[in-house]
Write a protein that binds this ligand. Structure first.
Ligand code: SF4
Ligand code: SF4
Length: 301
């Protein structure tokens, strides 16, 4: 059984989810969950043997046809089909971070196949319910549109001590080697290098962040940076640059949501000399919570 901390880490590291059995039939569980996960900012790969399009996205007949290995495989299939999908997962070029069987679906055989391959398994749980519980504020004010704008510019991506270990491990090199190859020192801080195109050296115009699962904390935190949380002018400027920030979200709501996000993902920092100053935030710096509207006794539309 996976504990909340581990699940939170895996779901926050994941970028893409293959939903097997995806269909946009109004009112169906998969319709609810799929649309929620899209809103939450995941890249969704619908998988269905017949449908060519689901939720406005191209659908694929099998996991083997996906353009890239998904970070999570989520099954909306009857239990007897789950082992077959687990075996299919083993043929992917990269194993997923999670193999998820939705609420009401249990398959010890599929679970064993995945466990033998070292893939964490969730059975009989609704991903939307779990995601809402672990990330209570994830979908109100911000949903990344993957435009890549925040990956451009030199000197913004601080590599803190935790980031360094994660990234060096990912590239199977020593911390020293990673520092030498991929970082530069600017204003006394370790930063990721920038490519000739002005984007982070790990950014690809085809596939976005090539180190997404191990990206630095500041990348995980954006747009919930200190300035944007404590200062409404910074927030207004960030909203102009980042299309993922909802234009309907007022600053106090954004600030509280962002603080909760940083807290839930363990992204708050203390040491602004070595970590990103943008991640050093104290709750008492946030603007006052917005007042709840008065109850009028009438339903709103
Ligand atoms: S600028 Fe905003 S929407 Fe675009 S990739 Fe960055 S976080 Fe996502
Ligand atoms: S590490 Fe990834 S998310 Fe961060 S700036 Fe580079 S490409 Fe963008």
């Amino acid at each position: 059984m996976l504990f909340d901390d581990r699940l939170r880490d895996l779901l926050s590291a994941a970028q893409s989810i293959a939903i097997v059995g995806a269909k946009d039939r109004p009112g169906s569980p998969v319709e609810h969950v799929g649309r929620y996960l899209l809103e939450a900012g995941y890249r969704i790969f619908p998988v269905h043997p017949v449908r060519r399009e689901v939720w406005g996205l191209p659908a694929f007949r099998s996991l083997g046809e996906l353009p890239a290995s998904p970070d999570v495989v989520c099954l909306f299939r009857a239990p007897q089909y789950c082992p077959e999908h687990a075996r299919e997962v083993l043929t992917l070029t990269r194993l997923p971070l999670l193999f998820w069987m939705q609420e009401g679906i249990r398959s010890p055989e599929a679970g064993q196949i995945m466990a033998d391959a070292g893939v964490p398994v969730v059975e009989d749980m609704c991903m939307e319910t779990v995601h809402r519980r672990l990330f209570p504020s994830s979908s109100r004010c911000f949903s990344c549109r993957r435009c890549g704008h925040c990956c451009s510019g030199r000197g913004g991506i601080v590599v803190g001590p935790r980031d360094l270990l994660r990234l060096a491990d990912f590239f199977r090199m020593s911390a020293e080697e990673f520092l030498e190859r991929h970082t530069e020192n600017m204003r006394g801080k370790t930063m990721l290098k920038t490519g000739q195109d002005g984007f982070c050296a790990f950014f690809s115009s085809d596939s976005g962040c090539t180190v997404h699962v191990v990206r630095p904390d500041v990348c995980r935190a954006w747009p919930y940076f200190r300035g944007n949380l404590v200062d409404h002018v910074s927030y207004a400027l960030a909203r102009e640059d980042c299309p993922g920030i909802s234009s309907n979200c007022v600053h106090p709501v954004f600030a509280r949501e962002g603080f909760a996000y940083l807290n839930a993902h363990k992204l708050l920092a203390r040491d602004s000399a070595r970590e990103g100053h943008a991640l050093v935030v104290h709750e008492d710096e946030l603007p006052p919570a917005p007042e709840a509207p008065a109850y009028t006794g009438e339903y709103s539309a």
